[in-house]
Design a protein around this ligand. Structure first.
Ligand code: ADP
Ligand code: MG
Length: 589
């Protein structure tokens, strides 16, 4: 029970100022909402903007953070709105109960929709959400006994204490502010990082131990809940709901609001929503000329998106960042601990008759080998001999056609990638797969968050991530976005990410590829330091100098088959290996 680190954890001062500033802003907005005299027109615009913004925040989560499209946000908005409408007027339920019911209903539909399609990928999700949107509209129009059909639901009451327009608007602002705060903070939580990792590179997310599918479904459900919440507030604000308010066209409006303001930030959500509600009002004087208004409105939106691909807030923040002072470099005090599994057995990995066929091509053909704990085991072979495929089958990206894989004595053959990582596998990719929009520290933190690793509380995870970055010599660049890193540094971050998860076995696919000679020397030293800490490495590389310098054991593949296996010296002298690498002796002669 030594949780003193967590208890003493200081809140970052910038963050504290940010929260204080935000609170002041919100209180001011609420005061203005309550006290400022306003016409019914201004009140309506404000109510629409605040309730819409809550739903747009949902898209900030699912699209902005997690990269998944949702073309049915108006449907979830409608579910919330109808729950508040019908619940109160037909069933006599309390406003708050209806609001929660609406959110629950939206969450349920969101989760079911997400769970049934998120395995399938992008355009299926788009199609299914559009269908759901259309079905809901049809149900609202035709299920007359319950929804009252095209006429809609009138006379929807507001909760006691909030019956007049000003106080109801204040309520909506408070809810929006709170939801915005949660979404803002979500970004830097474990779940938020997982979502961003899934967005940036799904394959790498799975291999880093993130349950990709569950993360997506969670993002989708959160988005739906916020849609339902916004809709519920909308119904109370306007006292009337009808099916046309929640059509597919409205879903597109929500999406445009999200993209316009800046997809990855709640501030962007607020800006986009405000603008898209205000622009038509500003252009109202053009309404006498048919078509002109729509053309200008469309052109304005297209121009903004064209010149600010990251949305308005993304554009502004890009410029603000130039004035930001560099954060102080925090040096980690702890050295990276590598347990190297610790099952204590001599064998880390055992592969039995492993096969992977692509149609008629036997990329891996009944391969056997054993990786012993400690040291470096190299997997070599000519191009196309099945090395990467072997690694992909080991880490679960490909399902084996045949054979078995045992990690620390446990059969992992049927496990998905993240579960194998949890079981103790770490890896890097032949073509580097980092989360490019995230900082080096964020990348490595996700690795350190591996479920089942020795550290669990947030500060220990962060300390471990810093230690892993320090181990590869990149501590000073912890807070930089990795997209700007050189190839060699990106490699190092990728290795640090795998190390941070404290794996039992580290799989490296051609870590030396693309490195210059001094970077290769650094890589060799890094491999030796990792190995010296007792972590077992399995490395694929073409550079025979590197392989002979670090590996004690070598397995050789050719055309998917194992042609040699043994100590480095024995294997390199093997006639089949010499032939595979240097061509057959008769051909050479
Ligand atoms: P290596 O890493 O040893 O250079 P690979 O494992 O990448 O070789 O490839 C082995 C063989 O499998 C090659 O012939 C390659 O074209 C084929 N292959 C690899 N991945 C796929 C895939 N996803 N679909 C079809 N064929 C593949
Ligand atoms: Mg390869």
């Amino acid at each position: 029970m030594s949780t003193t680190i967590a208890a003493a954890a200081p809140v970052r001062p910038q963050l504290r100022w940010g929260v204080a500033g935000y609170a002041v802003l919100v209180v001011a907005a609420i005061a203005v909402a309550i006290m400022a005299p306003k016409t019914g027109y201004v009140l309506n615009i404000s109510l629409q903007a605040t309730t819409y913004a809550v739903a747009v925040l949902g898209l900030t989560v699912v699209l902005g953070l997690c990269g998944q499209i949702n073309l049915a946000q108006a449907a979830f908005f409608g579910l919330g709105a109808y729950a508040v409408g019908i619940g109160q007027t037909s069933w006599g339920l309390n406003f708050w109960v209806c609001l929660v019911l609406g959110m629950g209903l939206a969450a349920l539909f969101g989760a079911v929709l997400g769970a049934s399609t998120l395995r399938l990928g992008g355009h299926y999700l788009a199609m299914v959400t559009i269908s759901f949107q259309q079905i809901l509209t049809l149900v609202l129009i035709n299920w007359i006994p319950v929804t009252r059909g095209p006429d809609g639901v009138p006379s929807i009451p507001r909760p006691a204490m909030f019956t007049d327009g000003s106080s109801y608007l204040a309520l909506c602002i408070a809810v929006l502010a709170f939801a915005g705060y949660l979404v803002w903070r979500l970004r830097d939580t474990r779940l938020g990082r997982a979502m961003r990792a899934v967005r940036d590179n799904e394959l790498a997310a799975g291999v880093a131990g993130i349950d990709v599918y569950r993360t997506k479904v969670t993002a989708f459900a959160i988005s739906s809940i916020l849609g339902g919440l916004g809709g519920g507030l909308f119904a109370g604000g306007f006292a009337y709901v009808s099916p046309d308010q929640f059509s597919f066209a409205e879903s597109i409006v929500f999406l445009t609001m999200t993209l316009l303001g800046g997809v990855s930030s709640p501030i962007g959500a607020a800006i986009g929503t405000g603008l898209l509600i205000l622009i038509p009002e500003w252009l109202r004087f053009l309404k006498s000329v048919p078509g002109l208004y729509l053309a200008i409105y469309g052109a304005a939106v297209v121009l903004i998106v064209l010149f600010m691909p990251d949305g308005i807030w993304g554009f502004v923040r890009g410029h603000l960042d130039r004035f930001k002072r560099a954060a102080p470099i925090i040096t980690s005090t702890a050295a990276l601990q590598l347990a190297g599994g610790g099952a204590g057995t001599e064998t880390v990995l055992e592969v039995r008759r492993l096969s992977k066929h692509f149609g008629g091509l036997k990329a891996v053909d009944e391969v056997d080998f054993v990786v012993r704990r400690g040291g470096v085991h190299a997997l070599i072979g000519p191009n196309g001999s099945g090395k990467t495929t072997t690694l992909n089958v080991l880490s679960g990206l490909y399902r084996a056609t045949g054979g078995k894989i045992f990690l620390d004595g446990r059969d992992v053959t049927g496990l998905p990638p993240h579960a194998r990582t949890v079981a103790g596998l770490g890896r890097t990719f032949q073509n580097i797969r980092l989360w490019k929009s995230m900082t080096a520290l964020e990348n490595v933190t996700v690795g350190a968050e591996r479920p089942g690793s020795s550290v669990s509380d947030a500060d220990a995870v962060l300390a471990r991530a810093r230690a892993a970055l320090a181990f590869v010599g990149l501590e000073a660049r912890a807070d930089e976005v990795v997209a700007g890193f050189s190839y060699g540094h990106q490699r190092a971050v990728e290795i640090a990410r795998a190390l941070a998860g404290d794996p039992a076995l580290l799989l490296l696919d051609e870590p030396g590829a693309g490195l210059n000679s001094s970077e290769k020397v650094e890589l060799r030293d890094l491999l030796r330091r990792i190995s010296a800490r007792g972590l077992t490495i399995m490395i694929i590389d073409h550079d025979m100098t590197l392989v002979t310098e670090v590996a004690q054991h070598i397995t050789v593949l050719n055309f998917g088959r194992r042609i040699a296996d043994g100590t480095a010296a024995d294997v390199l002298a093997h006639p089949d290996v010499v032939a595979a690498y240097l061509g057959a002796p008769d051909a050479a002669a």
